[in-house]
Design a protein around this ligand. Structure first.
Ligand SMILES: Nc1ncnc2c1ncn2[C@@H]1O[C@H](COP(=O)(O)OP(=O)(O)OP(=O)(O)O)[C@@H](O)[C@H]1O
Ligand SMILES: [Mg+2]
Length: 458
């Protein structure tokens, strides 16, 4: 099963073009050969190629410029540089700039074949990875909620389970972790989905207006009440009432809310009669409500009544595995802002910077960082430079080694640490595997094996 079929050879020397064409065609590749970078670009613009095998030093458009432009057109392209005696530095620069590998001239055709086979294996793993990831995403994706991590999977399991019920749910979690998104999902997945979802930010309404906003009032109930008004609770009749920042609800209103939750009836300000209302209540608080109860700022009875079912949204730093999927999710949301730039992905350095950051503002902060990067991006892939300065500064200090906080498996954690150390050593040595092996105190062969095993890219 060949992953690679189409191959573009770029070299100004006719004998090399001939040799490679004959040789690689013999191995089943569809080969096309051109003599300079400008012609190669014209080819890449009209057809899809799996691999480009290009000399680094050529007249007109050189190999490095070709590489940059080719990756802009096809970010996943496998580019192999060929360097003659004296252009070794250019070959290394090419690898740094995103080429998969290089071979030095003169080479034996077998060497090229070996590089191609390795690249093909990498590509196969990459596709497999992508397939698995999208499968996972499909399993856990729920109305635009991204999360392949075990922590988010657990949240989504709970959401699915309680959504159809009328049970009150209390959502906890730091700012930006997705509480409102989950509240909406609870509504969308319930039999109430076609009826209203009414969101109320309890912290945003002036204390003296909260009662009439929530429960409504009758004409003449107070000075400004020139006519009857339905409250937000009544607006949500049949649907879901989302009480955001519930910890900010003034104490007297806490009593009234509790009465409503217990009796299922509301009474407008100034009215003597009560009317029944059927709403499902979902409340959220970024503050620790249990603590607010201890401090006497929140009523314990209301807390118990709301917290029938508590769901805590984990901070993003506790699920670093979700960062990449979220970044791609937001990229596809914001890329259309820049039809001119055809933004299709992130450079490996940019992804690394995203993974290394601690995200104090959680998913919202990540969303804004991606949106901003799309605006700044010069095209093709988002670079580290397009990300906020704070991320890049944090990058310069080595990130602490991390294992999945949810595993106690020594084997799994050990592998995760090993992979991070290898990546760090390769980064430090600019991809020099011999030097990296020394730093890691591994044999060269062991390092090559592990690089392949972990799917670490050049
Ligand atoms: N798992 C996720 N998948 C996709 N988008 C997410 C996810 N979590 C959060 N978001 C997005 O991040 C942003 C912030 O989420 P949300 O408003 O739900 O956070 P919050 O917990 O309510 O924050 P706050 O306490 O500050 O109000 C939203 O644009 C939301 O769509
Ligand atoms: Mg919110």
């Amino acid at each position: 099963m060949a992953t690679f079929r189409t191959l573009l050879v770029v070299d100004d020397e006719e004998p090399i073009r001939h040799l490679l064409t004959v040789f690689l065609t013999g191995y089943g590749y569809e080969v096309r050969a051109v003599e300079d970078g400008a012609r190669a670009l014209a080819e890449l613009r009209t057809r899809d190629y799996d691999v480009v095998l290009s000399d680094v030093r050529m007249p007109r458009l050189g190999g490095l410029e070709l590489l940059a432009e080719a990756l802009r057109l096809h970010p996943d392209l496998t580019f192999v540089a060929m360097s003659a005696y004296g252009s070794h530095d250019a070959a290394i620069a090419a690898v740094k700039a995103g080429a998969y590998d290089y071979v030095s001239k003169p080479f034996k055709p077998d060497e090229i074949l070996l590089v191609l086979q390795k690249a093909e294996e990498r590509e196969r793993l990459r596709r497999e990875n992508r397939r698995l990831r999208s499968e996972l995403a499909r399993d856990y994706r729920l109305d635009g909620i991204v999360g392949g991590s075990e922590a988010m999977a657990e949240v989504l399991r709970q959401v699915r389970k309680v959504a159809p019920l009328k049970t009150t749910v209390l959502l906890g979690g730091e700012s930006g972790t997705g509480k409102e998104l989950v509240a909406r999902a609870l509504h969308e997945l319930s039999p109430r989905a076609s009826l209203p979802f009414v969101a109320v930010n309890c912290g945003a309404i002036p204390a003296e207006l909260v009662e009439s906003e929530l429960f409504g009032h009758v004409k003449g109930a107070f000075t400004d009440a020139s006519r009857d008004k339905r409250g937000l609770v009544a607006e949500a009749d049949g649907g879901t009432l989302f009480l955001d920042e519930i910890g900010e609800l003034p104490q007297p209103l806490q009593v009234k809310l509790l009465r409503f939750l217990q009796e299922g009836e509301i009474r407008r300000v100034g009215d003597t009669r009560s009317e029944p209302v059927d709403v499902r209540v979902v409340a959220a608080s970024a503050r620790d409500l249990g603590r607010a109860v201890e401090l006497g700022q929140f009523r314990q009875d209301l807390f118990y009544r709301l917290n029938v079912l508590g769901i805590r949204l984990p901070p993003l730093r506790e699920r670093p595995g979700d960062v990449e999927a979220l970044a791609h999710h937001f990229l596809s949301r914001y890329a259309p802002l820049r039809p001119d730039a055809a933004v299709t992905g992130f450079t490996p350095e940019a992804l690394e910077a995203l993974r290394a950051w601690r995200w104090p503002g959680n998913v919202r902060e990540l969303e804004h960082a991606v949106e901003r990067a799309v605006v700044l991006c010069e095209g093709g892939r988002i670079r580290e430079d397009d990300l906020p300065d704070r991320l890049r500064e944090a990058q310069r200090e080595p990130a602490p080694l991390r294992a999945d906080p949810e595993t106690l498996s020594v084997k799994k954690a050990g592998r995760a640490l090993e992979e991070q150390l290898i990546r760090r050593a390769l980064e430090k040595t600019g991809g020099n595997r011999t030097r990296a092996a020394e730093l890691l105190e591994l044999s060269y062969r062991a390092l090559l094996y592990k690089i392949k095993e972990y799917g670490i890219e050049a």
